[in-house]
Each structure stands twice: as structure tokens, then as C-alpha cells.
Design a protein around this ligand. Structure first.
Ligand code: NAD
Length: 715
């Protein structure tokens, strides 16, 4: 039996061919090898026809044209030789190139997402029409996976929209909506969804009349005309910008730039060959493999419903309430409004509530494009936000998220007041960062409907949400919280209750080690630099200042109570708190922020709070050792988290750290990185630190894995 076809050929008019992509049993069309072969066959059939006026390519999937190549096939080929990669590119290039050399004009009729390989297919058509559908976009996100377009995108795009636009699109990996694509000349028309096919046919008729597409074909085979000064300027500015953004850790955008610039001065065929060779040097590199992993982590998360039991359905969340209009409460309220969930915001302090409403409206009314507040949006969203102190209004909600100050007794008092008033199906959740969910639920009548929904700060930016299961939390409550977090556009990971849950528990040993290093006399700058060199967005000392030294100190106490054997209660933090140096928020912490731009400046004064506690070891420590000292405790804690059954899958650790802490995506995640280094090597790396005690001791899990020479990703 042959596989069901993805591409069907039909003829809406006698001389118009229509290729419709509709991959069976899939939500999206992807360009697998089989689909590429199928396209090749369909084009073979059409090429034989002499009676055709044109070809239109469409998709039958709602909201998606073509989502790109089949990444799982790429991953299975990561080990192939460079020459094979180049051959893979040449196959795609020559297939798509046929779309601009048929005996008739070709039109990509794009309704929905058109990215990666799908965008390459579209640009090789003679013309593109996009719809006004909210999801319609076109883009080349390949650099985000550590590669660049390799099926002719780098050669063709600059010939359609100019080199400068192509450089921006391909090296940023950002998509354009229909309007911006039209302005750039990437789409020739924008139409309503139901006019798409007719508009494409009209376009073909026009092209046949004017023959414009033939002139374009000739032109687009040539080098791009650009004077050398302009070219040099574009190269220099783009390269400087990319280096500032990637910090040398992501090679793909610079490699793409090189191919784009080099290819622009050559014929399209020579440009295509440069692309194939360039791609063969990027494909399969460690960064590429790591970024593919991140892609799979997010993809897996999109499909994960948070529970394994069948037949349990998440409840619908139509209205939410947020208690506590502080930093987090406001962020959560705004996230709800942005996704169309009406929200009640409440606070015990009238002034805090008023300030909160302003903050929320300011956030939702902000228009990214104009970089200004949009009054219409403010009015529209205001109608969905109810600032209230009335429990009876809050009681109408399907979900109540508490985000008041971090005090167990206060939180519990609020629950016992609210619970009897809520609908019997309503879910009560806490945004606590440290308090045990089981303990918070202890006095509730319906502990199965209580859960932790831990957002990260700033909510607007951070994609991660920890969904924390208390001992009695039901599957239905978990599935509802997961579904709700996804509706807000987040990546929810379900974790079991325990000190620091997942992310803070793994962050803590790293932060704690930074204090240990400081006490040994390692300079602040060296510690931060080692972490940044590893790929963290900022060093741990800077992070202390950002989180707040008081907050870190109190959170640290919780961890110390839980894990005294491997925690150093550093006296430096309380000394700073006592001196009022609380970090960024108070103008001074480890750094000084009392300058116009409130940027971190080194502050020699801070030494008076460090000096009294110095315990120099008398031994030199290398930069590599500093890095090991910071990241090995994090990894060891991760193995303990696995042992304690806190996470459902090791991949959740990686997703959590990348999207909750900024762990470098180009390392693929903590456990992915550990697998790359290898368990045996990790154990070797631990040896020099054996004298430092329990926090550097190997764990039972690590020992077991070393014996079997296993990988975390095989667990
Ligand atoms: P915050 O101090 O900014 O805001 C707390 C708000 O709660 C204040 O406006 C206060 O007036 C209000 N409040 C106090 N008692 C109240 C009561 N009885 N009823 C209603 N409102 C009351 O605090 P935050 O930083 O937004 O933190 C809130 C929660 O979120 C805490 O549990 C914290 O651990 C957690 N959290 C904080 C962060 C962060 O980075 N700030 C990150 C994740 C989670």
C-alpha cells in the first residue's frame, strides 16, 4: 500500500493547476523527504503539459501554509558527512528552482504560517499572495536552529527584496506579517482568505498578458547590482550588529551573512552552490544539535497535557481573579487580558490596587510597533479588568491566583476566607516561589482543587510557568492549570512539591557557590565573567542584585533549612541587607546603580562587607574551575531532583532552565549539556573539589549512570 498523498493536483479552471498541501494525520504541513519527492513528481506531471496558463500552490490546513522542513529527519541525519549535507541542499534547491522555470507563472497562495522550507518554496514561486488571516506570516527562522535556509532561500530572497532586507530577515530569523511582506515587495498582493484562489488565478492571467514574470526570471538569475561601498557598509554594520547580539556563541547568523553577501555578487547558480557549501559547515555542529534539542523541548511541551491518566479533561477557565496587585499580580493580570481572559484584580491596599490597574493597562495598551500606548486598546482592555476588593465578585471566577507577599500564614488566611465563597469547581492557586503547596493546602476543604502556578518575573517576558502539584492536587486541576498556562502563551512544566520546586532549587546551589567563591577571595568580576562565558545572560552576582539581596537571603534560608548539608550560610548576604544594600531596587548591592542610566557599576565600598568574611584558600583557581564550581552543583542538584521524582521527565529540567533562568539555549539545556560532556568526564571534573564537602559529592544516580555509561536523555 502506498502512503496517503500530501499533495493533490486539481484544475479549478481548465488551464490552471492547483497543488494543495494537506499532510494526512498532521496538524501542519512539513516538507519531509517523502513530501519533497511527491512535489517533484507533481511538477514532473505538470511540466509535461503544454496547455497550462499557470500553477497555484495552496494549503488545506487551517492557519498553516507550510511549517518548514521535517526537523526530526534533520536530527536523524546530524552525523552525516558534510558532502551529504551539501547534496541534501542541492536536491531541495533544484526542486524549488523548478518553480521559477516552469512553462507558466507560479503563485504561492499563502494563508497562515509560511516559514523555513515553506518560505523557501514560496520565494521560488514567481509570485506570492498572502491573506489577511491573523496567523499569516512568512519568515526564515533557521538561524534559531543554528543553520540557515539551505534550499535556495539565501540566494533567492535578496533577488526579490534586495540584499539589505534579505540580510535582516534571514539573520534575525523573524517573520513578517502580510502587510510588512507586501511593503517589502515579498508579497505582491494581500487578499481575504476566501478570495485567495480567485486572486491567484487573476494574477496568473495578468502575468500571461504582460509577461512580467519572464523578465523577472531573467533578472533574478543574475548577480545583484549594488555598488561596492554600499555592500561594504552593509556587511560591516550587519556583522557588528550580529556579533553584539550573538556574542560569538551562535555562529549561524554570521555564516548566513557571509553567504548572502558573497552570493549577491554571483549568478544565482553560483550563489546556490555557496549556500550548499556554507550549510554543510553548519549542519551537525554541537550548537546546531543543541538548538534542534530546544526546538524539540518546546514542541514536546506544546503536546504535553501535564498528566498521564486518560479521560481526564481540563476545565474551562472563563474568568480569573488575581489577589495581590504587586509586581507579580499585575504581570499575571496583564497576561490574562492579552489572551482574552477577563480578570478581577484585588489587593488589601487601595493605593496598591490603583497603582496596579495603571500598570496593567499601561502594559496591555502598549503597541510594540509604534512603541506607544494605544488609547483604543486601553479602553478595550479596561472593560475586561475589574479592580475590586469584593469577595463576592472574586467568587465568580473559575480560577483564583493568589500573589500576595510570601507569608504562609497570610496566604492561608486568604484561602480560608475565600474558599467557602467560590464555586465548587473553582481552582485556587498560589504563585508562591518557595512555600510548600501541600502545606498551603493543609486546611482547605478541597485540597484537590489547590495548586501552585508559579510565574516568573517579569511575566511579560518569561515563558516558563511551574505547575506545582501538592500531595492532594487532582489530575483535573493539573490539566486545567496546564491548559490555562498554555492559553496565556507559556510553557508549563508540571513538578512535584518540594523546596524551591524545580527552577529555584537548581538556581540556589549555583548562587550559593558564587558566595563561597567570593569568600575564598575570587573577585566579583571573575565570577560573573565565568558564568557569562558559559553562556548565562548575566553572572550570579549581578543576578543577586536584580532579584534583591533580601529576597535571595530569605529564599536561601528556606533552602538551608531543607538541605543544610550542602548549603553554605554566607554571612555576606545578611551583612549587605543590614547595611540597606538590597541590590538594584535600593541603588546599591554588590554593584552601584546610582547613576543616570541605573547601570551596574563596580563599587569598591562593597568590599567592607566581604573582607571581614574572607577565607582565602591560598590556592590559585582557574577560570575553567570557577565555571565548574558554579555549574557542577547545579547539575548535581538536578540529579537529586530526578531521584526525588520532582520532575516527570529530564527534558522538563532543560526547558525549565532555558525559559526560567536563561540557561544558554546553544548548550541545549543542563541535562543535554551533561550528556554532551559525558557522565565519566563530569565525575572527573568533580574530583578536584572533593575537599569542599557534600555539595560536590557525586550522587547515587550519577554513579549508576557512570556504571552503565548512560545518558540522561535515554532515561
Ligand atoms: P509584591 O510585594 O510586589 O506584591 C504583593 C501585594 O500583595 C502587595 O500589593 C500587597 O499590598 C498585597 N497584599 C498583601 N496582603 C494582602 C492581602 N491580605 N490581600 C490582598 N493583597 C494583599 O510581591 P510580588 O513580588 O508580586 O510577589 C507576590 C508573590 O509572588 C509571592 O508569593 C512571591 O514569592 C511570588 N513570586 C515573586 C516573584 C518575584 O520575582 N517578585 C517571582 C515569582 C513568584
Amino acid at each position: 500500500m502506498t502512503e496517503a498523498a500530501t499533495i493533490t493536483t486539481s484544475f479549478p479552471e481548465a488551464d490552471i493547476a492547483l497543488l494543495t498541501f494537506d499532510m494526512p494525520d498532521k496538524g501542519a504541513n512539513v516538507l519531509s523527504r517523502a513530501v519533497m519527492q511527491e512535489l517533484s513528481q507533481r511538477l514532473d506531471e505538470l511540466e509535461k503539459r503544454t496547455d497550462l496558463a499557470g500553477l497555484v500552490i495552496v494549503s488545506n490546513k487551517p492557519g498553516i501554509f507550510i511549517a518548514g522542513a521535517d526537523i526530526s529527519e534533520f536530527v536523524a541525519s546530524l552525523e552525516i558527512a558534510a558532502e551529504e549535507t551539501a547534496t541534501m541542499c542541492r536536491f531541495g534547491q533544484s526542486l524549488f528552482q523548478r518553480l521559477s522555470s516552469m512553462n507558466f507563472p507560479t503563485v504561492a497562495a499563502i494563508n497562515g504560517i509560511c516559514v523555513g522550507g515553506g518560505a523557501e518554496l514560496a520565494v521560488w514561486c514567481d509570485r506570492r499572495i498572502m491573506t489577511t488571516h491573523a496567523k499569516t506570516e512568512i519568515g526564515f527562522p533557521e538561524v534559531k536552529l543554528g543553520i540557515f535556509p539551505g534550499w535556495g532561500g539565501t540566494a533567492r530572497l535578496p533577488r526579490l527584496v534586495g540584499l539589505s532586507n534579505a540580510v535582516e530577515m534571514i539573520t534575525s530569523g523573524e517573520s513578517l506579517n502580510a502587510e510588512d511582506a507586501y511593503k517589502m515587495g515579498l508579497a505582491e498582493d494581500i487578499v481575504a482568505e476566501d478570495d485567495l484562489q480567485a486572486a491567484a488565478i487573476r494574477m496568473i492571467r495578468e502575468e500571461q498578458e504582460t509577461g512580467a514574470y519572464l523578465k523577472d526570471r531573467t533578472q533574478r538569475a543574475l548577480p545583484i547590482e549594488m555598488n561596492p561601498t554600499e555592500l561594504g557598509f552593509l556587511g560591516a554594520t550587519a556583522s557588528a550588529y550580529i556579533q553584539s547580539q550573538t556574542k560569538g556563541q551562535y555562529p549561524a547568523p554570521l555564516a548566513a551573512l557571509e553567504v548572502l553577501l558573497g552570493g549577491s555578487m554571483e549568478s544565482v547558480d553560483a550563489a546556490l552552490e555557496m549556500e550548499a557549501i556554507g550549510m554543510s559547515q553548519l549542519f551537525g555542529t554541537p550548537v546546531n544539535a543543541a538548538l534542534f534539542n530546544v526546538f524539540f523541548l518546546t514542541d514536546r511541551n506544546k503536546k504535553d497535557v501535564g498528566i498521564t491518566s486518560n479521560g481526564v479533561k481540563p476545565r474551562k477557565i472563563e474568568r480569573t481573579s488575581v489577589i495581590g496587585a504587586g509586581i507579580m499580580g499585575c504581570g499575571i493580570a496583564a497576561a490574562n487580558l492579552k489572551r482574552g481572559v477577563p480578570v478581577c484584580l484585588s489587593d488589601a491596599a487601595e493605593a496598591a490596587l490603583q497603582r496596579g490597574v495603571r500598570l496593567v493597562i499601561d502594559e496591555v495598551a502598549y503597541d510594540k510597533q509604534t512603541k506607544q500606548k494605544n488609547a483604543d486598546r486601553a479602553i478595550e482592555y479596561s472593560s475586561q479588568l475589574n479592580a475590586t476588593t469584593s469577595d463576592s465578585e472574586i467568587a465568580q471566577s473559575d480560577l483564583v491566583i493568589e500573589a500576595v507577599v510570601e507569608t504562609l500564614e497570610l496566604k492561608k488566611r486568604i484561602y480560608s476566607r475565600l474558599e467557602p465563597q467560590l464555586n465548587e469547581n473553582a481552582i485556587l492557586a498560589s504563585n508562591t516561589s518557595t512555600l510548600p503547596i501541600t502545606q498551603l493546602a493543609a486546611d482547605l476543604k478541597r485540597p484537590e482543587q489547590f495548586i501552585g502556578i508559579h510565574f516568573f518575573n517579569p511575566v511579560r517576558k518569561m515563558k516558563l510557568v511551574e505547575v506545582i502539584r501538592g500531595e492532594k492536587t487532582s489530575d483535573e486541576t493539573v490539566a486545567t492549570a496546564v491548559g490555562y498556562a498554555k492559553r496565556l502563551g507559556k510553557f508549563p512544566i508540571v513538578v512535584n512539591d518540594g523546596p524551591g520546586f524545580l527552577v529555584n532549587r537548581l538556581l540556589f546551589p549555583y548562587m550559593n557557590e558564587a558566595m563561597a567563591l567570593l569568600q575564598e577571595g575570587v573577585e566579583i568580576a571573575r565570577i560573573d565573567k565565568a558564568a557569562k562565558r558559559f553562556g548565562m545572560p548575566m553572572g550570579p552576582i549581578t543576578l543577586y542584585d536584580m532579584v534583591g539581596i533580601d529576597t535571595s537571603f530569605y529564599a536561601g534560608r528556606t533552602m538551608y533549612d531543607a538541605f543544610p548539608d550542602r548549603t553554605i550560610a554566607s554571612p555576606i548576604l545578611p551583612a549587605l541587607v543590614k547595611a540597606g544594600r538590597l541590590g538594584q531596587k535600593s541603588g546599591k548591592g554588590f554593584f552601584n546603580y546610582e547613576n543616570k542610566k541605573r547601570r551596574a557599576q563596580p563599587d569598591p565600598d562593597v568590599q567592607q562587607y566581604i573582607q571581614p568574611y574572607l577565607k582565602p584558600t591560598g590556592e590559585e583557581i582557574s577560570d575553567a574551575q570557577i565555571s565548574d564550581r558554579l555549574f557542577l552543583p547545579m547539575l548535581l542538584e538536578a540529579t537529586r531532583v530526578i531521584e526525588a521524582n520532582i520532575v516527570r521527565n529530564v527534558r522538563d529540567i532543560d526547558l525549565g532552565l532555558i525559559f526560567g533562568l536563561g540557561f544558554p539555549p546553544y548548550k541545549g539545556g543542563l541535562m543535554f549539556w551533561a550528556d554532551t560532556v559525558g557522565v565519566a568526564n563530569l565525575r572527573e571534573k568533580l574530583k578536584p573539589f572533593a575537599g569542599l564537602g557534600a555539595r560536590f559529592e557525586s550522587t547515587a544516580l550519577l554513579d549508576e549512570m557512570a556504571q552503565g555509561n548512560k545518558k540522561f536523555y535515554q532515561m
